[in-house]
Design a protein around this ligand. Structure first.
Ligand code: GLU
Length: 418
């Protein structure tokens, strides 16, 4: 993850926590209890590559907080992932589950590897080895992984199978975001983007803007970026630019999202799409648009580009896309930033629905899932917005205040052991 502005993600996460605790007037003990993760496991993963060579990868699973329920959060595969980043991401999961009020704590996992350079067999061996290594701290009542950057339903299926093989019986609820055939939830695949859409629609309602009049740029074209472009387009917005890690494509007349996705499948990048102007990925943050959805890695909106962003609304599909310095610049410019822990919480919300359905072995229709997601996201959005208005703070600050209050209340009620 790029750590722009010279600050590592975990330092940023701690600073956000410190400021929230001070603003809420909470006891400083809460800072010390919530700063450090409850558990952090580092594992070495020796894998036989297809060439016969043995490579040892490093991986982590970090459980930040268990005060409100089992640890919950994704697993990412990326060459630059570090323990520092996983710790920050696990803390952000604690706040995210608290903002949308689902009964989970926060966790995150990572393996430093380049999945784009690995075969399917190598990825399967890596996933199974990782699962075996972190197995003692996983479980449907303890810690439940889900997809994140470069992991998907298939990776979840391998985790579920490895965990189940060790237990001697099938345990579908040890992961969410798994294939529907194995007990996954309808609507989970597009849930993060659909939650983003709901947050954007609520924002447009407040600002009195119609979605039909909006143009959109999306940076990142993985699961979140692709579905955000598609769902915002279906809702009536015009998608004018998209980008992935290899480049971007811009067409003020509008892009055909499905055709762009086909180009990416065939050529591995959206930048090869013929009907538009080719741009470097970074330039897509700065194109003329009403709504910007950062859906790539963290730290990408920073003091170098923030003042050139033209969007009126930013919906953070990615985790930690905006640095502190950029936040200030955007605040001064009057940009409406829907923070990550709210904007992308649709994913973990439907993960919660998947977990509930799995534990009951009773499955809902897609309409039911989407309707419940809408209710959940709407409630969280309005609670955060009302707090922001009351306290005269920005939406990110309000989301943190709501989340930290909920977690601090849980800690207080549980008391200290022993
Ligand atoms: N990786 C997603 C996130 O960052 C989903 C986590 C989950 O569903 O547990 O929110």
């Amino acid at each position: 993850m790029s750590s722009a502005e010279g600050s590592e993600p975990y330092a940023l996460a701690c600073r956000q926590l410190r400021e929230t605790i001070d603003r809420l007037g909470l006891d400083g003990d809460f800072y010390n209890r919530l700063r450090a993760p409850v558990r952090a496991l580092e594992v070495a993963l020796p894998i036989r590559m297809d060439s016969g060579e043995v490579k040892t990868f490093r991986g982590w699973r970090v459980q930040h907080c268990l005060a409100r329920g089992p640890a919950k959060g994704g697993l990412r595969y990326h060459p630059e992932v570090t323990l520092d980043e996983v710790k920050a991401l696990s803390m952000w999961m604690t706040w995210k589950t608290a903002v949308v009020n689902v009964p989970f704590g926060g966790a995150k996992g990572g393996v430093a590897c380049d999945p784009k350079e690995m075969s399917r067999d190598e990825l399967e061996r890596l996933t199974r080895r990782y699962t075996s290594a972190v197995l003692p701290i996983l479980g449907p009542e303890t810690d439940i992984p889900a997809p994140d950057v470069n992991t998907n339903e298939q990776v979840m299926a391998w985790i579920m199978d490895t965990y189940s093989a060790n237990k001697g019986y099938t345990v579908p609820s040890v992961v969410t975001g798994k294939p529907i055939q194995l007990g996954g939830s309808r609507g989970r695949r597009e849930a993060t983007a659909r939650g983003c859409l709901f947050a954007v629609l609520e924002t447009l309602g407040i600002l009195g803007i119609s979605i039909d009049s909006c143009t959109v740029a999306v940076v990142g074209f993985g699961n979140v970026g692709y579905w955000a472009a598609r769902l915002l387009g279906e809702a009536g917005a015009k998608i004018v630019a998209v980008a992935d890690s290899k480049g971007g494509i811009y067409n003020p007349a509008g892009l055909d999202v499905e055709a762009v996705a086909r180009t990416k499948r065939e050529t591995s990048t959206v930048a090869e799409y013929p009907d538009g102007e080719r741009l470097p990925s970074d330039a897509v943050y700065e194109v003329d648009c009403d709504i910007l959805v950062p859906a790539a890695l963290g730290g990408q909106i920073n003091s170098r580009n923030a003042s050139r962003i033209k969007a009126r609304i930013i919906a953070e599909g990615a985790n930690g896309p905006t640095t502190r310095e950029a936040d200030e610049i955007l605040g001064d410019a009057g940009t409406f930033v829907i923070p990550d822990i709210l904007a992308n919480a649709g994913g973990v919300t439907v993960s919660y629905f998947e977990w509930v359905q799995g534990l009951q072995a009773y499955f809902w229709s897609e309409q039911e899932v989407n309707a419940k997601l809408k209710t959940h996201m709407g409630a969280a959005f309005h609670e955060v917005y009302a707090l922001a208005e009351r306290e005269k703070v920005d939406i990110r600050t309000a989301a943190y205040m709501l989340a930290v209050t909920r977690v601090a209340e849980a800690l207080e009620l549980r008391g200290l052991f022993p």
